[in-house]
Design a protein around this ligand. Structure first.
Ligand SMILES: Nc1ncnc2c1ncn2[C@@H]1O[C@H](COP(=O)(O)OP(=O)(O)OP(=O)(O)O)[C@@H](O)[C@H]1O
Ligand SMILES: [Mg+2]
Length: 145
């Protein structure tokens, strides 16, 4: 586990780009942390790295948004509104895992079906500084990169 502190939205996106450079097909990243903690901004940084820079729509009402480039598919999930894990199965959720890189906001809610080597990033707000975030990064298994 390691921590990374960001002091504004841009720093969170820059950090996401560094993480993105190490990602490959089949990787799953779970983003957790309270509303407005920066999970979607982090996702924007990942998309920018892969040349998929655009105003990203929040998948809050669609569960998953797909972004496709020549080299990679990125699947951005927000499972906050799922009633239970069966709803995730119902949309064929686990079939996405092998097809590209999956970024799953609130993914801890579907922990039992995630591949065991997923990457977890917890976003914490700072009570004294509105733009500070503490990111806690955890990998479930030793990764080669
Ligand atoms: N260090 C920072 N990193 C990321 N976002 C920041 C930071 N400081 C301030 N912000 C602001 O916090 C908000 C984060 O919003 P974002 O949509 O990324 O949150 P979220 O965690 O995805 O929330 P939700 O759970 O509702 O989807 C943005 O308005 C952003 O500008
Ligand atoms: Mg979000």
């Amino acid at each position: 586990m390691f921590e990374y502190v960001t002091n504004n939205e841009e720093e969170t996106k820059e950090f996401a780009k560094k993480i993105a450079s190490k990602l490959k097909i089949g990787d799953v990243i779970v983003l957790s942390g309270e509303l407005g903690s920066g999970k979607t901004k982090f996702t924007e940084g990942i998309l920018t790295y892969f040349g998929l820079e655009q105003e990203i729509s929040s998948p809050t009402f669609t569960i998953v948004n797909e972004y496709t480039s020549k080299n990679i598919n990125i699947y951005h999930f927000d499972v906050y509104r799922l009633a239970d894990i069966d709803e995730f199965y119902a949309i064929g959720g686990e079939e996405y895992f092998s097809k590209g890189i999956c970024i799953i906001e609130w993914g801890e809610m579907i922990e039992e079906i995630l591949p065991k080597n997923y990457i977890k990033i917890k976003f914490e707000k700072d009570t004294n500084n509105t733009n500070k975030r503490i990111l806690k990064i955890e990998t479930k298994e030793d990764r080669k990169n």
